[in-house]
Design a protein around this ligand. Structure first.
Ligand code: CA
Length: 538
């Protein structure tokens, strides 16, 4: 009996890896498996679950708003860096872990709390995914760009950003805060689609390593080495307008400078929103916090402001205050009812930097494809349009922000057929009073490795991260290929992914998930991956 089961599993895996698409009709609709619900409308677009009734409801809603406001809706994406799923009070943290988040919680209770929002495991890949709607393994932005590193190929030369397409559609597009998607000329925000940019091209830890001698004595206390690292580390706050050269706003030269960065970004976004309101122009603004990525230094007035009194927790309180401030600006300028606000984080909390880190009730952390690395808080907020108090465990991948933003601007036709788009339009899910997700599965990668997928409440791992030391997900981990049975966890029964029960309880599910995985892998045959030089020789 055992042998028979194993043989069947081998057959299923072999089938999935070789020719699973053979079971699909030309329109991408599955032939035969009752669990497969998606429809593929174009070769380069991710199949989505059709929900015609909620789409009609949402179209009517949007037409009513447009008739009232006379213009397309604004989009404000609030992207925190390295915030754990469990940090906001609405997601189980807040006061219980020494850092209340009343403003973020108010977005959740006043809108839609998404309990299954997925990012990529690290910073650069998630930012690439949000901007392009594509998994990083397609764009080549598969891991963080490091100090002094420039990809050999400009990844943006043949990518289209949501900002660029929305700008063509009449939007004012802005990028505030942390970019981390290229520092070279031709790769900066105002050179790849944004009308306006104000922020940092790198990451705060690239700056603190040449400033903070307590944390980085190997650099700061060695004059010769310090001079060299300073030559390659990007320590500037810069700004730029489309078509114009990048300007230096300020060189970050002290811990005090670093502590104030997020307030500078907040000031700029506040002004951007006010200008857009005054000019009656719809806007798309990505406000990307520098905090709560290590190293956190409390801004003036924030040291000890959290009950925990730890720098990380003070940073959470500051981020929450800035969220409240920007929402107030929308309200003051009369735009709150014409703006989709989406709050999220770019990856899970970074356990390697404990105690300068957040919290998640899952296994693993930043850098891994365990839930702790990729499952992030997600909130969609739009008073009057998104029904208050909704919660959904429907799947949302941050690539979906690309398609959803374009759909809100009625600009989906601007998506070129030449690039594969992994995002799906989730306007129906977010805006429908009882909206359901259009996404059937989330595929999870580490660099170019397809690691795992989420389907319904199940997580299926083809490869897993093994961590040699507690809280050392990035610095002491290995990747292993799973054995005969992929590892499967029921996330409702086992959210910490502690006991795989695939061959025991999920045999019925293997054919469907392996089919989906096979169809996903088959897209690379027609739409090739890009290598921009971030691959690591191992
Ligand atoms: Ca990050």
């Amino acid at each position: 009996m055992k042998f028979m089961l194993c043989s069947r599993l081998i057959a299923v895996l072999a089938l999935s890896l070789c020719c699973v698409v053979a079971g699909f009709a030309a329109d991408g609709k599955p032939a035969g498996n009752p669990f497969l619900q998606t429809v593929r409308v174009a070769p380069n677009l991710e199949p989505a679950i059709p929900h015609p009734e909620q789409d009609a409801e949402v179209r009517a809603k949007l037409e009513r708003i447009k008739a009232k406001t006379g213009r397309a809706p604004n989009i404000l994406i609030l992207l925190v860096d390295d915030m754990g799923y469990g940090d906001p009070g609405a997601f189980g943290g807040g006061a219980a872990i020494g850092a209340p988040t009343p403003n973020i919680d108010a977005l959740a209770s006043g809108g839609l709390k998404l309990t299954s929002t997925y990012a990529q495991p690290t910073c650069t890949p998630t930012r690439a995914a949000i901007n392009t709607g594509r998994l990083p393994t397609r764009s080549g932005l598969t891991r963080p760009i490091l100090t002094g590193e420039n990809p050999k190929v400009n990844p943006w030369a043949d990518e289209a950003t949501a900002a660029g397409l929305l700008s063509e559609a009449g939007y004012r597009t802005g990028m505030a805060g942390k970019w981390h998607l290229g520092e070279a000329i031709g790769t900066q925000p105002h050179q790849v689609g944004y009308d306006e940019y104000f922020g940092i091209l790198s990451v705060v830890s690239e700056m603190s390593q040449v400033i903070d001698g307590h944390l980085y004595p190997e650099i700061v206390n060695k004059a010769e080495r310090l001079a060299k690292v300073k030559q390659i580390a990007s320590t500037l706050v810069t700004r730029g307008l489309r078509g114009q050269p990048t300007e230096v706003v300020k060189k970050m030269a002290s811990i005090d400078d670093l502590s104030r960065m997020d307030q500078m970004f907040a000031d700029w976004s506040d002004g951007f929103i006010r200008r857009s309101a005054k000019d009656k122009k719809p806007f798309y603004l990505v406000h990307a916090f520098s905090k709560v990525h290590n190293d956190n230094y409390p801004a003036p007035g924030y040291a000890g402001k959290s009950p925990a009194g730890l720098p990380y927790k003070d940073a959470v309180v500051e981020v929450d205050d800035i969220v409240g401030r920007l929402i107030s600006t929308l309200k003051e300028t009369g735009q709150l009812e014409n703006t989709l606000v989406f709050f999220t984080s770019d990856n899970g909390a970074n356990e390697d930097t404990w105690p300068d880190t957040g919290f998640q009730p899952f296994r693993g952390g930043k850098g891994t494809t365990w839930e702790g690395g990729v499952r992030v808080p997600g909130i969609a907020y739009w008073p009057g349009t998104i029904k208050a108090g909704r919660t959904s465990d429907g799947l949302f991948d941050l690539t979906d922000l690309f398609n959803t933003s374009l759909a809100l601007a009625s600009a989906q036709e601007k998506i070129a057929p030449t690039r594969y788009i992994d995002g799906v339009n989730q306007t129906g899910f977010l805006l429908g009073d009882n909206g359901e997700s259009a996404r059937q599965a989330v595929f999870m990668y580490s660099e170019n490795n397809l690691m795992a997928m989420r389907w319904q409440e199940f997580k299926i791992h083809m490869r897993v991260f093994n961590t040699a030391e507690t809280r050392q997900n990035i610095d002491a981990s290995t990747i292993a290929v799973t054995g005969m049975s992929p590892w499967v966890f029921n996330l409702y029964a086992d959210p910490k992914e502690q006991r795989s029960s695939g061959h025991r309880y999920f045999e019925w599910g293997f054919p469907v998930v392996l089919s989906m995985m096979g169809a996903h892998v088959a897209t690379f045959a027609q739409f090739s991956r890009k290598d921009i030089g971030l691959s690591v020789a191992r």
